[in-house]
Write a protein that binds this ligand. Sequence first.
Ligand SMILES: [Mg+2]
Length: 290
Amino acid sequence: MQSNTKCIVFSDLDGTLLDHFDYSFNAALPAIATLQSNNIPIIINTSKTFAEVVDLQKNLTISAPFIVENGAAIFFPKSYTSQCPDECIEYGDYWMKTFSQPRTAWIELLKREGKAFQDQFQGFSELTNKSIANLTGLSLEDADKANQRLFNEPVLWHDTPAKAQAFIDHIRSHGANVLKGGRFIHVGDFTDKGRALNWLTNLYQSASNTAIKTIALGDGENDTAMLETAHIAVQIRSPVHSFPILDDENFIYQTREYGPKGWAEAMNFLYQDLLIQNALITERQEKKYG
Ligand SMILES: [Mg+2]
């Protein structure tokens, strides 16, 4: 880990660094290059899987640790840090720190405790990549990467929403964190993006001589813990919902632009304000656009 880190940027992907509709990110590339040329790590913090992020990192030309499956684990490329960080284990070309039981634990729980509901749901692990592609609109190749989950099991519910509640309550009572998504029910551990941000920041902090400032960027409800944990929260404007409410005493910047354009807008603002002039924010300030 670098010893001269002063600032770390944590970013969500979908709707934040990637456009909500077409997944483009070109508008953010100049801002990414500026941060990188100043040795500011950009940490992807997403609900996506390890397999999905490995590819996206390459396309985004980002080389840094990243956080997957909503705070379930952090991966460090060995090319980034050759020494295994504390509490980590080896995972191919990466070091891995987990905050979650493995996916197999939830598949077994569903098999054991889902018997009374067995005709009403199917886990992703029982579906072919072709069915997942049909259900999600992803290409076959992307459906395969989305299904390479390591820490949670999405469930497709075939019955009415009212009947899903009994299923959710039952699985919850056996220790799982159950989240209702748009199309799927996610069964996994109690993880969030904020806890993983904290753990990783502490690791950087232990190698650094100065106090590290954290900036987090996100658009959705599942970014709330990450945004509330960071020193500076950037809420990226979404074309499909309003800004989630933050319970945050820190600096909040709400973008005027959507997705990657908003990402660049916020970074340009913060960069000028915080980094070039080296004027780190010490008291509560807000800049919001209506
Ligand atoms: Mg998002």
